[in-house]
Design a protein around this ligand. Structure first.
Ligand code: GTP
Length: 360
């Protein structure tokens, strides 16, 4: 079938502090890196060779995935010394592609979970002899995304990045972050400089009258770019709402990985995952959350809709709603943290039990 390119070089600024040490595509959702879910889906659709376009923390990918044999695909790594943007990254891997000039090449953003029918996407591309075919999805609020209107025949008529005024919201179809490129179109992207496919390449192709198709797929789709979407994506995988052949356990209310310890009477629910080496003590509540490796949730702590990164410690009686706690941070007893709070790596929030007892 087709060769694929995975773009995994972004800084993932919206997911800080989680991305300060780990690139976004390597963060675990439902127990394995986002990239592993993507590789498994591509492989299932018949892809046998994948090129990873890396930049930020490039070494982390090869350390985990090696030559790809363990994952049933051949993996090739191409690293940009300076990040070249989405288009520049695609052009940068051109010399490593084995496809012929008219062959289809699949391109994936490295932070999307989706149930798109990949074979259907490639079939549309080849049967309509397209230069580029974009996977589009429909969303209720398209404002944070790139809008892609199409005509009645499904040809793309324009690109609007992140609309700001109501007049600019001309469609609910958005760029879902996967494309099929005719290989020769990749070779035409200007080499050696920063290029955005969304802002430069796609609008130029449409303006030149190239055959750019929009393939709307109404299956599962989620961009994992923000902390709350990241948590949601992990829970959707655990609950079986998002499809993945790489889930490291059966779908269900929760996923407790081998090597995790969950005390009796602890409640783990709403799609939560507890990774290897993590401890959830008796009487703790973990709902709709991601507990990463070696994290510790003490008895009586409550964690809702939150990410607790590697080695972080949530003390007794602490209550967290919609929060990101960075690696090795300590949230002292009785702290209450609410939506949007982010605790930086290695930070310590004081134990409040002493203060509360002296108030009495
Ligand atoms: P934010 O900083 O939070 O916006 O995240 P991001 O850096 O990942 O940017 P964005 O979500 O727009 O990127 C979409 C996809 O393209 C992600 O999978 C990124 O890893 C990837 N990407 C973005 N810029 C580059 C780049 O310069 N080089 C490479 N190789 N990949 C990139």
């Amino acid at each position: 079938m087709t060769e694929a390119v995975l773009l995994v070089g972004g800084q993932g600024t919206r997911l800080r502090p989680l991305t300060m040490e780990t690139p976004k595509p390597m963060l675990p959702v439902a127990g394995v890196p986002v990239t592993e879910h993507q590789i498994a889906r591509a492989r299932e659709a018949g892809v046998t060779r994948i090129i990873l376009g890396t930049s930020y923390r490039a070494e982390v990918f090869e350390e985990y995935f090696g030559d790809g044999a363990r994952f049933g695909v051949e993996l090739v790594y191409v690293t940009e010394e300076e990040p070249l943007g989405t288009g520049g990254a695609i052009r940068n891997v051109a010399d490593y592609l084995q496809s012929g000039p008219d062959d289809p090449v699949l391109i994936f953003n490295g932070d999307v979970l989706s149930g798109v029918d990949l074979r259907g996407l490639v079939n549309r591309h080849t049967s309509d002899d397209c230069a580029v075919t974009l996977y589009l999805t429909r969303v209720e609020d398209p404002r944070p995304y790139g809008l892609v209107p199409t005509n009645a025949q499904g040809w793309v008529t324009g690109f609007l990045e992140k609309p700001t005024s109501p007049e600019e919201i001309v469609t609910d179809q958005i760029n879902a972050g996967a494309y099929v490129f005719r290989r020769s179109v990749i070779d035409q992207i200007p080499p050696g400089r920063v290029v955005s496919v969304e802002r430069e390449i796609f609008p130029a192709l449409v303006a030149d009258g190239a055959r750019v198709a929009g393939h709307v797929d109404n299956g599962y789709w989620l961009d994992l770019g923000t902390p709350m979407d990241f948590v949601r994506g992990s829970c959707d995988l655990v609950l079986g709402v998002a499809p993945s052949p790489a889930l490291p356990g059966p779908i269900g209310e929760s996923l407790v990985l081998a090597g995790a310890r969950v005390g009796e009477g602890a409640v783990i629910s709403h799609g939560s995952v507890v990774a290897a080496g993590a401890v959830v003590e008796p009487g703790a509540v973990v709902a709709g959350s991601v507990i990463m490796a070696n994290a510790f949730i003490a008895a009586g702590a409550k964690v809702y809709g939150s990410v607790i990164a590697d080695g972080a410690h949530i003390s007794s009686g602490a209550s967290l709603h919609g929060v990101v706690v960075g690696p090795r941070a300590v949230v002292g007893a009785l702290n209450e943290l609410r939506e949007g709070a982010r605790v930086w790596p290695d930070t310590r929030l004081a134990d409040l039990s002493v203060r509360f007892s002296s108030d009495r």
